[in-house]
Design a protein around this ligand. Structure first.
Ligand SMILES: Cc1ncc(COP(=O)(O)O)c(C=O)c1O
Length: 332
């Protein structure tokens, strides 16, 4: 079992602090979810149909022609390795922990690489390269130009470049969503999620953007109705709500800057970030994780390299509690 953020029930049992007393900063999920509208009863009763407007809304939002709705981007992370004969797969490390096991389970040889090595492997050894852009947990960004050059090198041996853009909604400057699967980027596959920016991780909505043949094979593996009808409805409305998106972008941006300032003021300067989290490498990370947990604040701990990732506090109460816990650890 991989450890993920957001495991409040477990934290509550482990530290003996009531569930409602926690501040959960352990994920990169926006603390202010999309205000889901009333869901028509018919969506619970009827099977979803492809022409319900979701595809149009997603094409518009991502600027992408060919996409497939998924039960979270996790569905594609698990299914894509089954679409290729076993080969060598270079996976960015550190990064989201689900990639390597998914490829290994489908019989591929996984090479976990730091960013610089990954760019090199693209030219030399790998049939597939998989990375997150921006990366989770360290916020590292790869430019469009670097990624397209990598994709071209991979295409010489029919390789894929898979870019997980779960955190790309706020700043999409380096996104390849508009070009993946199209001329010049036929072998680029993009994963998107409504879990982070829209704060709808529980709805399990994601998309794969790729060339039509890859999407039809993926569709075959996933089977009919990969996405529940109520989730499709909510996703369609959220993807079309540009006013809410603009306000959310600003809120997240401001909160992330405020978080960086608070961490710096307390001797924990971030080494990387996105608008949804700040990443702090420090050798005391394990002890600090315990310290925050004892204050009822759940952060995400990474062992290698030793680091903490802080998500955004939801409200002023949470900001004050985080500031107090930070001051207390500075005094220790
Ligand atoms: C980089 C990255 N990709 C994908 C996922 C999974 O997203 P989804 O909820 O769409 O399955 C996560 C969740 O933490 C993530 O951090």
């Amino acid at each position: 079992m991989l450890e993920h953020g957001g495991r409040l029930h477990l934290a509550s049992q482990r530290y003996g602090i009531a569930l409602g007393d926690w501040i959960d900063l352990s994920t990169g999920i926006a603390p202010w979810p999309y205000p889901v509208p009333e869901i028509p009863l018919s969506t619970w009763q009827r099977l979803p149909e492809d022409d319900d407007g979701l595809i149009d809304a997603a094409q518009n939002y991502y600027g992408a022609a060919n996409l497939l709705p998924l039960n979270g981007s996790q569905a594609a992370i698990l299914a894509l390795p089954r679409l290729r004969a076993p080969g060598a797969v270079a996976v960015l490390a550190p990064s989201y922990g689900e990639y390597a096991p998914a490829w290994q389970a489908a019989g591929h040889r996984v090479i976990e690489c730091a960013a610089e090595d990954l760019l090199q492997q693209g030219g030399d050894a790998a049939d597939v390269i998989m990375l997150a852009n921006p990366n989770n947990p360290d916020g590292r960004c790869f430019s469009r130009a670097v990624l397209l050059a990598l994709a071209r090198r991979l295409s010489e041996r029919h390789g894929w470049l898979i870019v997980d853009e779960a955190f790309a909604d706020i700043d999409s400057e380096n996104s390849l969503a508009d070009i993946a699967g199209m001329a010049g980027a036929e072998n680029v596959i993009i994963l998107r999620s409504l879990g982070k920016f829209f704060g709808l991780a529980g709805a399990r909505v994601g998309f794969c953007i790729a060339a039509l043949d890859a999407l039809s094979r993926l569709k075959e593996v996933l089977g009919p109705w990969p996405l529940a009808h109520p989730a499709r409805f909510v996703a369609k409305v959220g993807l079309g709500d540009t006013a809410w998106q603009a306000a959310q972008r600003q809120l997240l941006h401001d909160a992330s800057e405020r978080l960086a300032t608070l961490l710096i003021a307390n001797g924990l300067p971030p080494n990387g970030s996105t608008a949804l989290f700040q990443y702090v490498q420090c050798k005391e990370a394990a002890g600090l994780y315990e310290h925050f947990a004892q204050h009822g604040i759940l952060v995400r701990y990474f062992a290698e390299p030793a680091a903490l990732r802080f998500g955004l506090p939801e409200n002023e109460t949470a900001w004050v509690r985080l500031a107090t816990a930070l001051e207390n650890c500075a005094k220790k």
